[in-house]
Design a protein around this ligand. Structure first.
Ligand code: ADP
Ligand code: AMP
Length: 230
């Protein structure tokens, strides 16, 4: 994705038709674009729960479930987990009561097959793409850390906690770094994004529900652009 291909917000009908109550929202973009960072505000604005396939897979991994064991090798290598696993995970998640009025998908769908499966089970009213050039991704991901209790997302230089090692959101004092947040794996993840996930942008553009925001600006400005879309 680049600036020239971005659908200008002013050309979209979304301003005059706010996100439908019972429909879902997709947060789209490369790894490290800021999806997780922006998700909290969107959840607050819309009341829709965040559904992050990455978080669900990491929880399965930590719990040692068979799904976690199956996904582990792909995640460690920076490759996408097979569609059948991801689609099954989403089908189960959408049966939960809090998904009744739609959800905020974060990191899903990531392939055309996943988007097609999603279109059979849920309505998506808008896909918000956070666009960030590849050159920024490595520094973002390699500096990322999260709260071990509430999973709030921070960055060593761009968004550090006010008190080192202590979560601004919940006060917990144990921060975590992801095993796959290293330079080698990031390059594989970026390559998977360009070959398998980026084609989804056109897939959603054709359905007229794709809006791009500039993710290469400070966190609050990205949040304002997203709020304007919603
Ligand atoms: P994603 O969920 O898309 O993988 P994250 O929200 O986890 O991305 O953000 C990746 C890293 O980049 C985090 O360390 C986060 O603090 C940082 N970050 C997020 N948005 C911005 C931004 N607009 N400018 C600078 N750093 C950012
Ligand atoms: P994320 O937390 O979104 O950065 O995802 C971490 C890793 O989980 C990815 O590198 C993939 O291995 C896997 N993953 C997460 N979501 C998906 C998805 N929708 N499809 C395939 N693999 C996924």
């Amino acid at each position: 994705m680049n600036g020239a291909r971005r659908a200008p917000l002013s050309s979209r009908s979304l301003h005059s038709s706010p996100v439908h109550m019972a429909s879902s929202i997709v947060l789209f973009g490369p790894p490290g674009a800021g999806k997780g960072t922006q998700a909290g505000n969107i959840v607050e604005m819309t009341g829709k729960p965040q559904v992050s396939t990455g978080d669900m897979l990491r929880a399965a991994l930590a719990a040692g479930t068979s799904l976690g064991v199956e996904a582990k090798g792909f995640m460690e290598a920076g490759q996408l987990v097979p569609d059948s696993i991801i689609i099954g995970l989403i089908e189960e998640r959408l049966k939960e009561a809090d998904a009744e009025n739609g959800v905020l998908f974060d990191g899903f769908p990531r392939t055309i097959a996943q988007a097609e499966a999603l279109s059979q089970i849920a309505e998506v009213s808008v896909v918000i793409a956070i666009e960030v050039p590849d050159g920024r991704i490595v520094e973002r991901i390699c500096g990322r850390y999260t709260c071990g209790a509430c999973a709030a997302v921070y960055h060593d230089t761009f968004n550090p906690t006010a008190n080192p090692g202590v979560c601004d959101q919940c006060g917990h004092a144990e921060m975590k770094r992801r095993a796959d947040d290293n330079e080698d794996t990031v390059r594989t993840r970026l390559s998977a994004y360009h070959t398998q996930t980026a084609p989804l942008a056109d897939w959603y553009r054709q359905r007229d529900i794709f809006v791009a925001v500039n993710g290469d600006q400070d966190i609050a400005k990205v949040g304002s652009e997203i709020a304007a879309v919603l």
